[in-house]
Design a binder for this molecule. Structure first.
Ligand SMILES: *Cc1c(COP(=O)(O)O)cnc(C)c1O
Length: 377
């Protein structure tokens, strides 16, 4: 049993209908990685994204990024430009392909990939090596990256974008859903994300042909024959029909979850913005964030730690912002184009409890504790 008082950063929040879909899978014995829930979940996601995209549900967001790289033909000797300020799952699949990541720092308006540094990096790599094979841009914490600028650069140099929307399901940019802006879009349904299937992800493609290729590769690349025939290396990445049932239930409450998380953000902001030692990340015009996690930037590492440890003493989980990839031991030797933005955010930033199941009392309590930490400095 979880203790009564513990408050988590972002915990699963079921809507009520999930078990019905899972039960259907059991009742009809569709337990395999195909069946009505898989098709239904894919259709629900596609509809949510505007109906023009094809969707392949897979075992994780990480697997979906990996599939996007495989579909783009990324291999050893290729470079892939990747937002440095992100979770390691954005970059790990580059390594699975034996390719080389090149990390790009963020700008201050959205905390996402800097268009300026991206173009500098592209020019540098073309001049000194060769054209990068792909760009991985991330809508971090649900805030869309500068889609127009990034897409314009991608178009100018003809480099495909993999849109890591793992944290941004429900976010939009100029009224268009995140997940639809890249050559490929990625979603995650991991346990801490805005909706969850306990574990899972989706690859969003523009054509049915690309979706079919992804599904084929994700089911061991089995050829059409009575025996097991393979002419390509395959993967076991398909989502199961049981798990997809949870996803269908979660799709019914996605908009509620977005509203609840945005309310969390607004509550924190209303109650804490008067403190000059705390900054919030506002949405630029046209940007709509699902506010997956509410993040604050404090004025110093010491203050950030003071707030974090004071919350922890009350069994409340908060967490420093993502440690940039170019600072990670595993990636530190790779080329990076940086400007100090993500290092500063890592030093001073904190993610506050942001679950859609937080109560008003929880929020009031958390804010009171943060205020106490702020006043006692
Ligand atoms: C969660 C996450 C992923 C990976 O998704 P999984 O489903 O956990 O594999 C990728 N990128 C970002 C930015 C994420 O937050």
């Amino acid at each position: 049993m979880l203790t009564k008082t513990k408050i988590y950063l972002s915990s699963p929040h079921m809507g009520g209908m999930e078990q019905r879909f899972v039960e259907d899978a059991f009742n009809t014995n569709w337990i395999a990685p195909l069946g009505p829930n898989v098709n239904g979940f894919e259709k629900d996601i596609s509809d949510y994204l505007g109906g023009k995209q094809e969707v392949a549900v897979l075992s994780s967001g990480t697997a979906s990024i990996h599939m996007a790289l495989v579909l783009l033909g990324v291999e050893k000797g290729d470079e892939v430009l990747c937002q440095s300020f992100t979770f390691s799952a954005s970059a790990n699949p580059i390594m699975y392909q034996g390719a080389t990541p090149v990390f790009i720092d963020s700008e201050n308006d959205t905390w996402n990939i800097s268009p300026k540094l991206l173009e500098i990096a592209i020019k540098d790599r073309i001049e000194k090596y060769k054209k990068p094979k792909a760009i991985i841009a991330v809508h971090l914490y649900g805030m869309p990256y500068k889609v127009n600028e990034i897409n314009a650069i991608a178009k100018k140099y003809d480099i495909p974008v993999i849109e890591d929307s793992a944290e941004a399901f429900g976010s939009t940019f100029i009224n268009k859903p995140c997940g639809t802006f890249g050559e490929y879009g990625i979603l995650s349904f991991n346990g801490n994300k805005i909706i969850t299937t306990s574990g899972g992800g989706a690859l969003v493609t523009k054509t049915i042909d690309e979706k079919n290729r992804a599904v084929h590769l994700s089911t061991q690349a089995r050829e059409d024959a009575p025996h097991y025939e393979h002419s390509k290396v395959g993967y076991n990445y398909r989502m199961s029909n049981v798990v997809a049932g949870i996803g269908r239930g979660q799709m019914l409450v996605l908009d509620d979850r977005v509203a609840a998380r945005r309310n969390n953000y607004q509550f924190y902001k209303n109650n804490l913005e008067s403190f000059i030692d705390i900054e919030f990340l506002d949405e630029p015009d046209g940007f709509f964030s699902n506010r997956w996690l509410t993040c604050i930037k404090t004025s110093s590492f010491e203050l950030r730690e003071k707030i974090r440890t004071t919350l922890l003493e009350q069994d409340i989980e908060s967490r420093p912002l993502w440690k940039p990839m170019h600072m990670q031991p595993v990636f530190k030797d790779f080329l990076h184009f940086t400007n100090g933005t993500s290092e500063d955010l890592f030093e001073k930033g904190l993610c506050l409890p942001s679950g859609s199941n937080l109560t008003k009392d929880n929020l009031i309590n958390i804010v009171a504790i943060i205020k106490k930490a702020l006043i006692n400095i």
